[in-house]
Structures are given as structure tokens and as C-alpha cells.
Design a protein around this ligand. Structure first.
Ligand code: CP3
Length: 358
């Protein structure tokens, strides 16, 4: 471990090892659901906040202090590498990534030069160095997977139907694969630098891969995401492969070279374990909407998630997708306490009763 990590439960679980208690963190645990975030967040682009290492480190630490979660996730964004090489991408408040001149043609490849992390994203590495001095839990680095980043570059912003992305993929596969190779290189450089600076593990966010069929994912996306995991193998850190709507892709995502997969809330963890043949650790998968419904539902549903995880040796509690901005931090805290206090026992009981049934 690269820094003074005292609690390494998340690392162990992501490696598929048993843990004495169930570790928990939340995607988007930092951010608008926290009043202390809204208090320090400067006006203007999130990218300016990310460029301020002391502020970004503080924002990363806020949920760790408040919730006692077992991991910190770097406060940054999946578009940072493309932004840093000057592709012309920004984040619009309340909307998400927007691109001035979306990716359309062969010529546009020239706008995607190699990332030089030490100079292009020195602020990210500085944030990680500050964090490794402070943290007693692992720091999770991350990058956008080639497909999800490509979808933003091609669509020019968030999309519902991904018409332009699918058009480019299906009408010009040669250009598609060149773009995906460039974007996997960006992810590899960025993640490699994050790990060297002190991140203990990483998550690859392929948030929108679930819009593809298993066959198209296999042909057009998997080779490029898998190249990211392969290139980082010698760093010897665990990794989580995450997407939404990925029921049909989960077996492929579990064979990508990552040590764990993130599961969304559309299937049970038991089903996810069956689909992945138990060959990787699992992370997930409480529906983030349960946090909005109220305390009793959030706790009852969290217990079901824990019971459903019983067959997975390596298991990290998380939501099926990010914390919604309207979430009550008090309810998130009570979920963390439940997972820590009762998680291991709920898993044990569920494992026993499943044995009894067989
Ligand atoms: O706590 C954390 O999870 C760490 C920080 C983090 C952010 N973005 C900060 C952020 C992480 C891991 C991301 C990843 C990210 N960014 C993804 C993949 C994860 C996912 O949700 O599937 C995606 C698709 C993006 C692109 C992006 N950036 C979107 C869709 C948005 C939301 C736009 C909005 O305002 O609602 C952003 C902006 C963003 N990134 C915010 C945060 C906290 C909110 C805006 C702000 O505070 O100004």
C-alpha cells in the first residue's frame, strides 16, 4: 500500500478476499448532496475546482469524515484527460459534459494527443499527494472507459439515444477503433499516473455501455476496455469495472481483467454472481432512489442487498449508481452504520439459510 492505509478492507474485498466486516463507499459520495460541499464549491466550472488541489483534497475528504466510509474517491471527473489535452470539453452545471466541436471525422483524431499527466494534469497528482498524507482508508482513482468518454466526445453532450455514437460505430468501424485506441491510451496514462501518485486502486466508469448489445460490446468496446486493465496489470492494484444497464454484459465485464465488477440495481447480486461465475469480486447495488424514499426503506433494502451478496467472497457495499443530489446525508450515514454493524452477520445468515435449502 502506497500510504498509511490503516483500513484496507476495500482493497482486500476488491481482490476477492474475505473481510471481517463489509466495506462500503458510495459513487458520488462527494458532491452536491453534502452541505459542506455546497459551502466550499466555488461558482463556475467544476473543472476550476478540480484544478485547485487543496480544495479538491478537502472535498474528497468530506464524505470520509461524515460517513466513515471505507474508501475515498478522488474528486475529479471522467472528462479531465480530454479537457487537459485541449479537446474543447467543459462541464455545464446541472447538465454534464459539453463539447464545442464534437468528434466527427478522421481529422478529429489529431485533436486527441497523448496525455502527459505530470504536466497536463499536475493538479490531479498534487491532490492525490495531499490526500495520501491525510487518508487512513484507500484512495480510489478513476477514469472514464473509452466507450463512455467517446459517447460524450461524439454526441457533444449527454444523450438519451446515442444516435451519433452508434452511427459512427456502425458506419465507420475503422475510425471508431482508432478513436477507442486513443481513448484507452488516455485512460491508461491517467490511471497509471494516479496510481504512481498514491491511489490504492481504481474504478473504470463505463457508465453508458449498457446501451449496447452483448455482440456489439464484444466487437467494438471490450477489446479497448480490456486493454486498459491489461496495461495496468503490472501496477498490482485491484480494479473495479462499472457500468449501468449491464446485465447482458456482466459476464464480459467480469472477464476484462478487472478484479471486481460494479453491479447496477436492475439485478440481484446473487444473479450477478451467477452471471459472472463467481470469478470476480462484486460491488453494489442499492438503488440510489431508496435513499430518497426514506430511512426505513433505505435500511430494509440495504439488508436485502447484503443478504443477496452472500455468495460473493469479495464484496463491497455501494449503490447501483451515484448518490442523487437530493439525498439526505443522515440516511446515507445510517446505511454505512448498518453495513458496518450488521453486514457480516446478515451475509453469514443468508449463506447458512441458502445452504440449508440446498
Ligand atoms: O464522489 C465521487 O464520485 C467523485 C467525483 C466524480 C465526479 N464525476 C464529480 C462530479 C466522479 C467519480 C465522476 C465521474 C463521472 N463524471 C461519470 C461517471 C460516473 C457516473 O455517474 O456514471 C460521468 C458520466 C461524468 C460526467 C459528468 N460530470 C456528469 C454526467 C456530471 C453531472 C452534471 C450535473 O451537474 O448534474 C458531471 C459533473 C460533476 N462531476 C459533478 C460532480 C460532483 C456535479 C457538478 C458540480 O458540482 O458542479
Amino acid at each position: 500500500m502506497s500510504h498509511k492505509v490503516i483500513n484496507d478492507l476495500v482493497v482486500k474485498a476488491a481482490q476477492g478476499k474475505p473481510t471481517p466486516s463489509v466495506p462500503v463507499w458510495f459513487m458520488r459520495q462527494a458532491g452536491r448532496s453534502l452541505p459542506e460541499y455546497r459551502a466550499v464549491r466555488k461558482r463556475g466550472s467544476i473543472l476550476d475546482t478540480i484544478k485547485d488541489p487543496h480544495l479538491s483534497a478537502e472535498i474528497t475528504l468530506q464524505p470520509v469524515r461524515r460517513y466513515g466510509v471505507d474508501a475515498a474517491i478522488l474528486y475529479s471527473d471522467i472528462i479531465v484527460p480530454a479537457f487537459a489535452i485541449g479537446f474543447g470539453i467543459e462541464v455545464a452545471e446541472g447538465k454534464g459534459p459539453v463539447v464545442q466541436q464534437p468528434f466527427r471525422r478522421e481529422d478529429d483524431l489529431a485533436r486527441l494527443r497523448d496525455l502527459e499527466p505530470e504536466t497536463d494534469t499536475s493538479y490531479v497528482l498534487e491532490t492525490i499527494k495531499i490526500l495520501t498524507e491525510e487518508l487512513k482508508v484507500p484512495l480510489i482513482g478513476f477514469a472514464g472507459a473509452p466507450f463512455t468518454v467517446a459517447s460524450y466526445l461524439i454526441e457533444g453532450g449527454p444523450s438519451r439515444s446515442y444516435i451519433k455514437t452508434k452511427s459512427l460505430m456502425r458506419s465507420n468501424p475503422t475510425l471508431w477503433h482508432k478513436l477507442m485506441e486513443r481513448l484507452s491510451q488516455l485512460a491508461i496514462s491517467s490511471l497509471g499516473s494516479q496510481i504512481s501518485a498514491g491511489a490504492s486502486m481504481y474504478q473504470l466508469f463505463d457508465s453508458w455501455a449498457g446501451i449496447l448489445s452483448p455482440a456489439e460490446y464484444r466487437a467494438m468496446v471490450a477489446p479497448h476496455s480490456n486493454a486498459v486493465f491489461r496495461a495496468l496489470e503490472d501496477k498490482n492494484v485491484p480494479s473495479i469495472h462499472f457500468g449501468v444497464g449491464t446485465t447482458g454484459l456482466l459476464d464480459q465485464m467480469a472477464s476484462s481483467g478487472s478484479t471486481a465488477v460494479g453491479v447496477d440495481d436492475r439485478i440481484s447480486l446473487e444473479e450477478a454472481n451467477r452471471l459472472t461465475g463467481g470469478k470476480v469480486a462484486l460491488q453494489g447495488n442499492l438503488d440510489p432512489v431508496n435513499i430518497l424514499i426514506g430511512q426505513d426503506i433505505a435500511i430494509a433494502e440495504s439488508k436485502k442487498v447484503l443478504a443477496s451478496s452472500a455468495k460473493s467472497v469479495g464484496y463491497i457495499f455501494n449503490l447501483g449508481h451515484g448518490v442523487l443530489p437530493e439525498s439526505d446525508p443522515g440516511i446515507l450515514k445510517s446505511v454505512v452504520d448498518l453495513v458496518h454493524d450488521q453486514g457480516a452477520a446478515i451475509r453469514e445468515n443468508a449463506a447458512q439459510s441458502q445452504l440449508g435449502v440446498q
